[in-house]
Design a binder for this molecule. Sequence first.
Ligand code: BGC
Length: 768
Amino acid sequence: MKEFKPFRPLSAPMSVAVLLSGLSAGPFSAVSQAQVAAGAAQLQKTEGPAKAHHPWDDTSLSPDERADLVLKQMTLDEKILLVHGQGWGVLRPGDPVAPGSNFAAGYVAGIERLGIPGVNEADSAVGARMAAYQARYATLLPSTLGAASSWDPQGAQLYGDVIGRELRAWGSNMSIGGGVDLMREPRNGRNFEYAGEDPLLAGTMTGNLMKGLQAEHIMGDIKHYAFNDQETGRTAVSANIDHKAARESDLLAFQIAIDIAKPSGVMCGYNRFEGTYDCENDYLLNQVLKKDFGFKGFVLSDWSATHSTVKAALAGLDQEEPEDIYFGEALKKAVEDKQVPLSRLDDMDHRILRSMFAAGVVDYPVMPRSVVDPFQGRDDAQHIAEESIVLLKNKGGILPLDPARVHSIAIIGSHADKGILSGGGSAQVDAPGGNVTDPHTGGANWGETVWFPSSPLRYIREHDTGAKVEYNSGDDTAAAAALAKSSDVAIVFVNQPMYEGHDAKTLNLPDNQDALVSAVAAANPYTIVIAETGGPIAMPWADQVDGIFEAWFPGIGGGEAIANLLFGTVNPSAKLPASFAKRDADLPHPEIAGIDLKEQTNIVETNLGGHRMRHNDPRLPFFDVNYTEGAKVGYKWFESQHIEPLFWFGYGLSYTTYSYSDLKVSPDGSEVTLTVKNTGERAGVEIAEVYAKLPKAAGEDYKRLIAFDRVPLTPGEEKTITLKVDPKLLSVFNTEKSDFELVPGEYTVLAGPSSNHTPLKASFSYSK
Ligand code: BGC
């Protein structure tokens, strides 16, 4: 755990956040107040008298031994208690909040007599959710996709640490963030919660994020397992792909993340895989996750993604969330009737208990609560943002802005005067000072566009270069163009709001923003675009502008990070974690599967305070998305199809230049060395990328990322780096043996600054 830091003096006050629509400022509903009171009373109660000593308190025992000791003492009812949540609680207005719940998304009751605490499973993909409900503060980090652009595993650990310490401060002991679904669908509304299109990069970044979080003794999670790669019809779609390709792509990202983080939980997704729901899919859960990956933690369902008792239990689901429709009384009966062996229920409980001991939530209780440090959170978020924002174009060296030449700057669009955009859905963090549009939670309505008070305009002005800096909203294209015309440089902010449960229909920006950029660029040849987007977008105006930054959803330090990058206070180092197609037609699926289907009646059962209820939760009819492109995701697709994307995976510019030399590979391919030199005049960090082309026998018409490193270099400095290569990345998956294996023949190893620019080449051979 982090050492306690005394507070620092307050810096400038934060400006207000704005919610763009619906300014209803309602108080908490009567039900909510009662819920809060009930929960608070219970929290006090659970702090009660000193704990009894139990044999499993012995920390010299392994988590498995400790779990077994507890299990021996548990009654059947207690065993059932741990394998389901206590209801929707605060997530659904009117539902009761279980005593002990800390108002997180899910609550699993503890067993007081055995000293097993309840588990508050908190949504926290990009920062803790539901802070407004408790009038608390939570740091908004850059989107995880943004953070993946840093290619910085240490930065990812810091990211997890911020979330872990804030969850700890508010009394939640489990994060249910950790999204690592591969970006097969660049228009997926949740890409901002994931880590891009490459299994190595995505798995490494998400794994390290969860590792950092768990270092705070908070239980971690990886989700949404698996192939939950689009939001359109997410509860109806069946993702279909052959198993070899599955293991070399999406499942490999999960495997890498799970290997690194050893998370407590893996959340199974809403979708179906090969016609069977993820949460009752024997292949995904038992065979791949538990057997092949050796995952020791527990599988929890996404919220209402459990669809059966016996089938799900036997397929490997360990915990139903957030209710007990299938894993409450129904599971108890199934165990009594021997439809589900008691040993399987014991296995579920063992997995849950051993994860609690392994993470340390029993030994380091999260109560009592403390106050989040918003200043440290903001600094960390800014640091991550500065590593995450990708410089994509810098024609004529327009950037960094030169105060000697730039005397007037037009800032246009995207509420850049007020703040930066955040992502929505269950990843929504509540904006400090934000207006209340959902009176139940005290935050914003689901899917509403929420801006955070980190104003790029303010921080650009604070650089105080002597330039006149003026703002135009961009609502009136002619007025925006006029301001651009009268300024030395025009900076247009564009945005793509994204949220859970919804995909973008196209890669093109919404709200006529493409036309705004073109109009500004026509008025001023020195135009720079800053994109705040959930994922890749098409940029039909890319040739018309001189500068482009992809800022993603940059978090609470985003405004300052953007200003620092514009002026060169910080040298850009980020590189794309996903390719940007020129147009939808260039994607493996030019249209999102199911996008035109219409919703139909879908009766679901819920358990409201012990009362079973049936209600209609409309969804699309069942349909398929067939991933015939197999493992060719992102750059692998573009390379194999000979389609030039707008920007390739791994691409990103800097204000200095680098050269690459001396690539060597060990005879077995397990180690690569190369030299990177800073050939420019500024200090910087270069992300060196190493790829491999497998021997012909593999039949692959694309290369794979096999290693990468961030190399900090002062001007003129050169460094030789040595990188380890995981043999899985050089292997194909043999479905008969259910294992990865190397391919006989010659491997080509390539290295350089981007997936489309690998000037160095070496080779090694493998024979059986
Ligand atoms: C999301 C999960 C989330 C859960 C609880 C679901 O809608 O898919 O990612 O953790 O809700 O809020």
